[in-house]
Design a protein around this ligand. Sequence first.
Ligand code: ADP
Ligand code: MG
Length: 238
Amino acid sequence: MPEIALQNIHKSFGKVDVIRDVSLEIESGEFVVFVGPSGCGKSTLLRVIAGLEDVTDGSVHIAGKDVTDEEPSDRGVAMVFQSYALYPHMTVADNMSFGLRMAHRPKAEIDDKVGRAAKILQLDQLLDRKPGQLSGGQRQRVAIGRAIVRDPKVFLFDEPLSNLDAELRVQMRVEIAKLHKTLGNTMIYVTHDQTEALTLADRIVVLRGGVIEQVGSPLELYENPANAFVAGFIGSPR
Ligand code: ADP
Ligand code: MG
């Protein structure tokens, strides 16, 4: 049974068809990267999986359950955004535990989960700081920590590194790969950066105009692109 199954997903905003008949199955533990030019529907497809957008047609299954009409909080997914959206007046620990505190989880459980996430992300020495006292990379780690403490089945990343400078981006890319190894969760990662896609992905999904152009491993896409668009997108030097 796939962890995520998208069946004939259509999404329109008014008269504009943004996602057109997308079907895709993602196995448990897979790292799948959505790539494609700006405006091709990457974020919309991710938000459909998260439940932040309703589908116009089609269905979303997660862990064998039809979640098409379920709230985001009931889907077992956690999303990490490009803008960190941390609360500036709260400490790192409070930022990370915010969702759990809102859900009235017991304090011992919260402390345990925050502690473990902080260790994985090397934030254990920084738990009392405020976001303003952190570097960009540290802030992004806190944003990832907020997702980890929720124990999601699936992590959804929407261009999480695009606000970072080039050097930090490489460093964080390595950390995200490590995180995937450590946690073993299913991860879906949106980027327009082909290097990120090629280095992180088990499978790459190439989108154009709301349609899947090709799905395959980095090697398959690199060696056997389905068409000139995929070849141009995957193969072109940066
Ligand atoms: P990407 O993430 O690949 O850059 P998006 O999924 O953000 O693309 O957007 C795909 C298309 O859908 C774009 O043309 C965008 O303008 C449009 N779009 C996205 N969200 C909305 C919305 N809430 N209302 C209207 N149009 C939207
Ligand atoms: Mg986007």
